[in-house]
Design a protein around this ligand. Structure first.
Ligand SMILES: Cc1cc2nc3c(=O)[nH]c(=O)nc-3n(C[C@H](O)[C@H](O)[C@H](O)COP(=O)(O)O)c2cc1C
Length: 190
């Protein structure tokens, strides 16, 4: 069932770092992103697979983890992602990819979950630093980063409280709780 896959497709931020993800695996995910829907069928997205220690360190040092977890700076050594995919807009093809990158990212993550992996989308990215370090051409704009790995955390969905607090949090055992608004709250019944 697609819903089971979507339920499992949580944001994971701690991984079994020893589980490596190969370039070939990343290319399989990108190959799925490549055939995703695209506004106007422009297909202006490009993807950089990052799997070497050097590139993984560059990405790790230029993304911001879990803004709501104030006392946690990101995964410690041993729990870092196995790989990343940088999603870019090729402005030489189109200046506006609409929401193509969201669709592509979800398809990558669902494919990863189906293989027992998981990950996290990053909008909070030090784009200038990564672009400079990778000598990206002026036509390439970083839209997001996707971290991937073998998840090492328990993520629990719960109903958001009536006060509307949607901050995710962890308990003492490290379980990660994510409040979701109710069906009633999100449907506008006309
Ligand atoms: C567009 C987008 C950008 C995000 N950016 C970040 C980010 O920069 N850093 C981070 O730790 N999580 C990021 N997330 C993960 C969200 O915090 C996460 O989706 C949310 O807490 C709900 O958890 P869930 O994905 O398990 O439902 C992002 C998610 C989306 C969809």
């Amino acid at each position: 069932m697609v819903k089971d896959l979507i339920l499992k497709n949580r944001t994971y931020r701690r991984f079994y770092q020893e589980h490596k993800i190969s370039k070939e695996e990343l290319l399989e995910f990108i190959d799925i992103a490549r055939i995703s829907s695209s506004g106007g069928n422009h297909q202006s997205l490009k993807y950089i697979p990052c799997y070497t220690e050097e590139h993984k360190a560059l990405i790790f040092n230029n993304i911001k983890w879990a803004g709501y977890l104030k006392d946690w700076d990101g995964p410690e050594e041993g729990e870092k992602p196995g790989a990343y995919i940088i999603v870019l807009q090729d402005k030489s093809i189109s200046n506006n990819c609409l929401w193509d990158h969201g669709i592509a990212a979800v398809n990558i993550l669902l494919s990863a979950v189906e293989k027992g992996l998981g990950g996290c989308m990053f909008g909070s990215v030090n784009r200038d630093q990564i672009s400079r370090s990778l000598n990206l051409g002026d036509n390439l704009e970083i839209l997001m980063v996707i971290a991937l790995g073998k998840p090492k955390e328990n993520v629990v969905l719960k109903d958001a409280e009536s006060d509307g607090d949607i901050n995710y949090y962890r308990d003492k055992e490290g379980n990660h709780y994510v409040p979701k608004r109710s069906l009633k709250e999100v449907v506008i019944d006309i």
